[in-house]
Each structure stands twice: as structure tokens, then as C-alpha cells.
Design a protein around this ligand. Structure first.
Ligand code: IMP
Length: 198
């Protein structure tokens, strides 16, 4: 069975992608399982660029198909920040309680209709023969006025979903998977893999 290497060290993401790609005739393995131990500098200025940088590097290192994703929060009232810097915003080691409160504070006085934001995910698929595909999806919402919810991670506690009346940290993991940027991008990639002779 052909190998597909997922460029992540995050076991939750690996489990998620295995579920989404189940039934496809591919053996999904982590970088570690594929014996890939490289440092990748994500210096692209878009989600697509960073996802491609990671997937290309891994595909080249192991000569197999590779998938990588890059994601983040885009806040319109902050000119798109934190964007591709979402993980690094205010420093990688700063807690999300602090980062989330800082974003709420920066939006002080901004009315509901201007608090629009989205989580974006680009999933890149790179083949050893050089073919490259990117699947990009978003989940739309608004920045809330307070931190709320224990599920999810990162910026979920301030990401308010008007149609649920809750943040993405207050809905269940299954509900979030069904509508999330990452879930949608990965399912699109799964459909592509299912529908194409690879
Ligand atoms: P990466 O794609 O693993 O590099 O993640 C980028 C960063 O974006 C994460 O560290 C989070 O700060 C943020 N992020 C991406 N997706 C989500 C999400 O679904 N919920 C909350 N934060 C997210």
C-alpha cells in the first residue's frame, strides 16, 4: 500500500486525518513513523505557502506522498492578524488565556458587525513526482466579548459562532469537526484522493 506521510508532530491531528481518510487505500503515517526528522522553517506569508513548504520538505525527505496543514485565526478588525502568526502571536510560550484576552482588549469598542473573523486552514498534498494541490477552507465567526468554553484549543474560547450562540470551545468536538476549517479542508482532500487515480 502506498504511504502518505502527514507532516505533523501533533497526534490529535494525525488521528483526525486517519479517520477522515479511512477507506482510502493509503497507509497514513506520521513523520516520525516515516523516519523523517527535519526542521522546517515556515516562513511563507500565506497559509497555502506554509502548508506547501512543509509538505514539499517532507515529501522530498522520504520520497513519498506528503500532506501538511497550516491554519490560523484571521480577525478583520485587526487587519487580518494574527493570521499566519497565530501560533507565534505574543510569543509561542504565552498562554492562550493571555493571547485571547489581548485580542478581546484590542477590539474594545468595536461593534458586533465589525468583529468578523475566520479560522482558515490550507491542506497541501505533494506527490514525489512534483504534483501539488492545496485545499483551503474557512469557518466564519466573530470575536466574542469574553473567554468562554473548555473544549477545543487555541483561540476557540473567543471564537463566537452566531448560529450556535456559543463559542467554538463550547460546542462538542464532533460538532466542531463537522464545520471546522480543518475538517472541511481535509474532507475536500479526501474526496480528491478518492476520486482520482493517484
Ligand atoms: P498550526 O496550523 O498547527 O500551525 O496552528 C496554527 C495556530 O492557529 C494554532 O496554534 C492556534 O493558535 C490557531 N488555530 C488553528 N486552528 C484553530 C482552531 O480550530 N481553534 C483554535 N485555534 C486554532
Amino acid at each position: 500500500m502506498e504511504k502518505l506521510v502527514f507532516a505533523t508532530g501533533n497526534m490529535n491531528k494525525l488521528r483526525e486525518i486517519k479517520e477522515i481518510l479511512s477507506g482510502i487505500n493509503l497507509e497514513i503515517v506520521s513523520m516520525k513513523e516515516a523516519g523523517v526528522d527535519i526542521d522546517i522553517v515556515e516562513d511563507g506569508d500565506t497559509f497555502e505557502a506554509n502548508a506547501l513548504i512543509k509538505a514539499r520538505a517532507v515529501s522530498k525527505a522520504c520520497g513519498a506522498m506528503a500532506v501538511a496543514d497550516d491554519s490560523g485565526l484571521v480577525v478583520d478588525a485587526l487587519g487580518g492578524e494574527p493570521g499566519v502568526y497565530s501560533a507565534r502571536y505574543m510569543g509561542e510560550d504565552t498562554s492562550y488565556d493571555i493571547k485571547n484576552q489581548a485580542i478581546i482588549d484590542r477590539l474594545e469598542g468595536v461593534p458586533d458587525e465589525e468583529r468578523t473573523a475566520r479560522f482558515v486552514c490550507a491542506a497541501a498534498l505533494v506527490f514525489p513526482d512534483g504534483r501539488e494541490y492545496v485545499f483551503k477552507e474557512a469557518m466564519e465567526g466573530r470575536i466574542g466579548y469574553e473567554i468562554a468554553g473548555e473544549n477545543g484549543f487555541g483561540y476557540d474560547p473567543i471564537f463566537y459562532l452566531p448560529e450556535y450562540g456559543k463559542t467554538s470551545a463550547e460546542i462538542s468536538p464532533e460538532e466542531k469537526n463537522a464545520i471546522s476549517h480543518r475538517g472541511k479542508a481535509m474532507r475536500e482532500m479526501a474526496e480528491f484522493l478518492r476520486g482520482n487515480q493517484i
